[in-house]
Design a protein. Structure first.
Length: 143
C-alpha cells in the first residue's frame, strides 16, 4: 500500500527472520527503509513509521494476549517475564521466560490445591475467566 519495491521479497524475509528476536525485525526494517529511500524519502519515513507501529502493536498488545489465552497469564506478567528473562539470561532467557513462568505458576497452583490454602499470591496466579466461562456460569444459574 505504501509502494515499497520488492515488497513480497521483504515479506518473505521478514517471516523467516521473525524467529531471531530483535535482530531479525530490525534487519528487515532497515533494509526496507534503505531500499525505499532510493525511491522517495517520504515513503521511507512512512515505511519506518509503519514498521515501528507494527512492532509496538505486535510486541505489547497481540503477543501478550495470545500467550495469556494459552497459559492463563496476565499480559503484564508476560511482558515482565520476557524482560526479566532477557536481563537474566540474554537471548536464551527471552525464549525460556514464558515456559518457565508457566511451569512455575502451574506448580504453585497444584501446591496450593494440595495444601488446601489460598496463599498470598493465589489471586494473581488464578487463570483469568474467558467469555465462554462467563457464559457457562450464567447459563448454569437457576432461573
Amino acid at each position: 500500500m505504501i509502494g515499497v519495491p520488492y515488497a513480497l521479497l521483504f515479506g518473505v524475509v521478514a517471516g523467516l527472520l521473525e524467529f531471531i528476536p530483535l535482530v531479525g525485525p530490525l534487519t528487515v526494517a532497515l533494509g526496507a527503509t534503505l531500499v525505499t529511500s532510493f525511491h522517495s524519502m517520504a515513503q521511507a519515513v512512512w515505511v519506518l513509521a509503519f514498521l515501528g507501529a507494527l512492532r509496538l502493536a505486535q510486541d505489547y498488545v497481540v503477543f501478550p494476549r495470545l500467550v495469556r489465552r494459552g497459559i492463563h497469564l496476565h499480559p503484564l506478567g508476560v511482558i515482565l517475564a520476557i524482560l526479566s528473562g532477557a536481563e537474566l539470561a540474554g537471548m536464551a532467557g527471552i525464549f525460556l521466560a514464558i515456559p518457565a513462568v508457566a511451569v512455575l505458576s502451574v506448580m504453585h497452583r497444584h501446591l496450593l490445591e494440595h495444601r488446601g490454602s489460598g496463599g498470598l499470591v493465589s489471586e494473581l496466579l488464578k487463570p483469568t475467566p474467558t467469555a465462554a466461562d462467563a457464559a457457562r456460569t450464567t447459563s448454569d444459574a437457576p432461573a
